[in-house]
Design a protein around this ligand. Structure first.
Ligand code: UDX
Length: 416
């Protein structure tokens, strides 16, 4: 099929590359010339495992011009960002701009698919009216709309796209259902067809639930720590219960990234707008905001963090296998350490360049130099941290690195 993808960011580029690998003809549209140039040179505009291979194997085109991409497409995916505003509502600027440009170039019988995460009701209340206004056409008669949320985890996004647990398709009529059925015919996973708003909510409810699982185990972990219980043994024991499952029960310093914080906040705001009090979601967020304080408290238990002391940090990214530091738990922790005027030395395999933009003055070092500090905090569970030498070290571990637990002179896990 001929597919236009609006937004060559993380979701758009992965969607384009994976659908191209399924034999579809892809053209990406982005306002950022650098991203467009990279894709046209078959290079990945950002790091994601396996993406450059797909881009090399399948030639996908990119342009800054809607006029080049929209008129020929059978399906148009909207994959632009939906950041959170200061008041915790969603910033729909990119969505609105995309709707205007798509609308102005829309042809009869095209299907527009919303892949960007938008709070329930946005497609019906904002996207559809804008498309109808700018195209002067009617959904159902002249063009069609669907919501098809993504469930891509950074680091495994290609695998997640090509072998998903499920595909969710929200649609309004048989035509868009049929188009999306054809698009995903080679995917063998369950496909669930829902209303537009249910599809939007499935994305938010899924991310909110996963965040809840983590905050829940962190709360249990904080209790376990006081009782001298290893929360990882508790998680294993719980996880065998098929109703619970072991996934997303790794206790530690909490969740970050580009999705969980933004989506939980947006859902809380939406709930309040509707007159609901989202008590669970508020607590999920609060536990996550407080969790970075735990390693700092443990650090203070073992050394006086005073001016002149050196604190080493292993890990800056919000999780392993990515250079992404958005909402990483390392950020509030480093801020607190700097307030105490200690010398911060940090190592991360991929995220140091990004961290330098926020903390230009801390020392960026090798892992060995980081370990040569008065105490070391482990903030990301990079696999390579399982191969360092922790002998004689004081280690406060936020992510459960076994070798550090076994070897360190003084070792404290945040929840174990
Ligand atoms: C998430 C969702 O998993 C994905 O479906 C959605 O589309 C986008 O958001 P991602 O942001 O890539 O994906 O990260 P994920 O692997 O889910 O981890 C999020 C955060 O939770 C990380 O900071 C991670 O360290 C933390 N985490 C995860 C835990 O603290 N404990 C766990 O058990 C699992």
């Amino acid at each position: 099929m001929r597919i236009g993808v609006i937004g060559a960011g993380y979701v758009g580029t992965i969607t384009g590359a994976c659908l191209a690998d399924h034999g579809h003809n892809i053209i990406c549209i982005d306002i950022d010339q650098q991203k467009v140039d990279a894709i046209n040179k078959q290079k990945s505009p950002f790091y994601e495992k396996g993406l450059s291979v797909l881009l090399k194997r399948n030639e996908i085109k990119a342009t800054t011009e809607y006029t080049q991409a929209i008129p020929n497409a059978e399906i148009i995916f909207i994959c632009v960002g939906t950041p959170t505003k200061k008041d915790n509502t969603q910033d729909l600027t990119h969505i609105k701009n995309a709707c205007e440009q798509i609308g102005k170039n829309l042809q009869k019988n095209q299907t527009i698919v919303v892949k960007s995460s938008v709070v329930p009701g946005t497609t019906e209340d904002v996207i559809l009216p804008l498309l109808e206004k700018y195209s002067e056409m009617r959904e159902g008669n002249d063009f069609h709309i669907a919501v098809n949320p993504e469930f891509l985890q950074e680091g495994t996004a290609i695998e997640n796209f090509l072998h998903p647990d499920r595909i969710i398709i929200g649609c309004k009529n048989k035509k868009s259902k049929k188009t999306l059925e054809t698009l995903y015919k080679d995917f063998t996973c369950p496909k669930l067809f829902t209303s537009l708003t249910a599809a939007e909510m499935i994305k938010y409810a899924s991310n909110a639930f996963l965040s809840t699982k983590i905050s829940f185990i962190n709360e249990i972990g904080n209790i376990c720590k006081k009782l001298n219980i290893d929360t990882y043994e508790v998680a294993e024991g719980m996880g065998y219960d098929q109703r619970i499952g072991r996934a997303f029960l790794n206790a530690g310093i909490g969740w970050g990234g580009s999705c969980f914080p933004k989506d939980v906040k947006a859902l809380i705001t939406k709930a309040k707008e509707l007159g609901e009090t989202p008590r669970i979601l508020e607590s999920v967020l609060q536990v996550n905001q407080e969790q970075p304080q735990k390693p700092l408290d443990l650090l203070k238990k073992h050394i006086d963090i005073v001016k002149g002391k050196e604190i080493g940090i292993l890990g800056a990214s919000f999780k392993p296998e990515t250079d992404d530091i958005r909402e990483s738990r390392s950020i509030p922790i480093i801020k607190e350490l700097l307030k105490e005027q200690v010398t911060v030395k940090i190592y991360d395999p991929k995220a140091m360049d990004n961290l330098k933009k926020i903390f230009p003055t801390i020392s960026y070092c090798s892992p060995e130099e980081v370990l040569d500090s008065d105490a070391v905090l482990i903030l990301t569970d990079w696999e390579e941290f399982e191969h360092l030498n922790y002998k004689d070290k004081v280690v406060i571990d936020g992510r459960k690195i076994e070798k550090a637990r076994k070897e360190s002179k003084i070792y404290e896990g945040v929840c174990w």
